[in-house]
Design a protein around this ligand. Structure first.
Ligand SMILES: [Zn+2]
Length: 80
């Protein structure tokens, strides 16, 4: 990979071409620890997640956070 190619890839990311979606943001949120998810819910405030590639922000309501928490399977995905 040349410097030119790297620069082109950078420019592309800034042109909103990073391919992120709310679904991806949701998966990122689900992958955090359940404890953190619960603290966010107890906080009572919607969570805003920013894509650091294209700077799109995705907003998740408490209701959505609760759905995510329910959707997690016990004993799987914690990586231990
Ligand atoms: Zn993005």
């Amino acid at each position: 990979m040349t410097d030119d190619m790297a620069r082109a890839a950078d420019a592309q990311a800034q042109l909103h071409a990073c391919g992120c979606s709310k679904e991806r943001a949701r998966k990122a949120l689900i992958s955090i620890s359940r404890q953190d998810l619960r603290e966010m819910i107890e906080d009572g405030k919607p969570i805003e997640l920013n894509c650091h590639f294209c700077n799109t922000s995705y907003l998740f309501s408490i209701e959505e956070l609760m759905e995510m928490q329910k959707g997690r399977q016990p004993g799987s995905g914690d990586g231990l």
